[in-house]
Design a protein around this ligand. Sequence first.
Ligand code: L34
Length: 295
Amino acid sequence: MKIIDGNALAETIKSELRIKVLEATASGKRPPHLAAVLIGDNPASRSYVTNKVKSCQDVGYKSTLIQRPAELSQQAVLDIVHQLNEDPEIDGFIVQLPLPEHIIEMDITLAIRPEKDVDGFHPMNLGLMTLGLPTYLPATPMGIMQMLERYHIDTAGKMCCVIGRSNIVGTPISILLSRKGNPGDATVVMCHSRTPDIKKISSEADILIVALGRPQFVTPDMVKEGAVVIDVGINRIPDPSKKSGFRLVGDVDFERVSPKCNYITPVPGGVGPMTVTSLLLNTWKAYSGEIYPKT
Ligand code: L34
């Protein structure tokens, strides 16, 4: 059993980016600039956005954090988005999800200019992704693709089971892995809440990707011997022995499942840090105009 070390891989990618930033600034250019919008005080969101801002500092990007209370109106959020769209100093920005219930997430996503949508959530960018054209890939699926690639895990012709069908993970990773290419060329089956017998499908999978948000949902009987298991879930469960009062567990029962696996990602230190570095990579693409040439 080998652990796919998301923290180590994230550090490698950040060192590569740091060099590119130094080269750009040495030639007189300004550094890339990412903005993040955080509405409300969801502690998990706050922690993720903090990691994003910190990682910008690590690689020499400029970052701006716009924090507003949960009561902010939909129009006020749209006003922030419009302002960031128009700001020539900002290469890309994200609006951290989930948003408070009174805000219609899709309306916010649609208001972000595709050129600045470094989350890759806008239908324009998701459409380009689906067609296999260059675009910003959503950060979590992109992080998973990088893990598979950098660990030389062969996906071609493999049977892949994705549990979860969210817009930000399950759906895009299913599309990416079934597309032509490497990683890719897998036979993908997507399972969700209406799938009658998930175990029957997951236990046949060479690659199992779990993103449903239920602590330790995947047990050893659901996993094939020698499988590659990618655990996307990050759940906070009460733990009085911790100072914070909680600990993080994935959607996979790591302790019991890992002995059966060829490769497995831990939580924390697996997919999470790769989500953050993928956002940095997309911001570099926005800055350099690789996807949408700057006018
Ligand atoms: N707009 N909303 C938007 N873009 C995103 O890409 C996200 N996502 C998901 C939730 N909402 C979003 C993230 O940023 C999930 N996510 C995310 C980002 C970072 C981490 C986890 C999820 C992360 O850094 N995880 C650490 C532990 C963090 C902690 O201590 O709480 C890890 O080692 O897994």
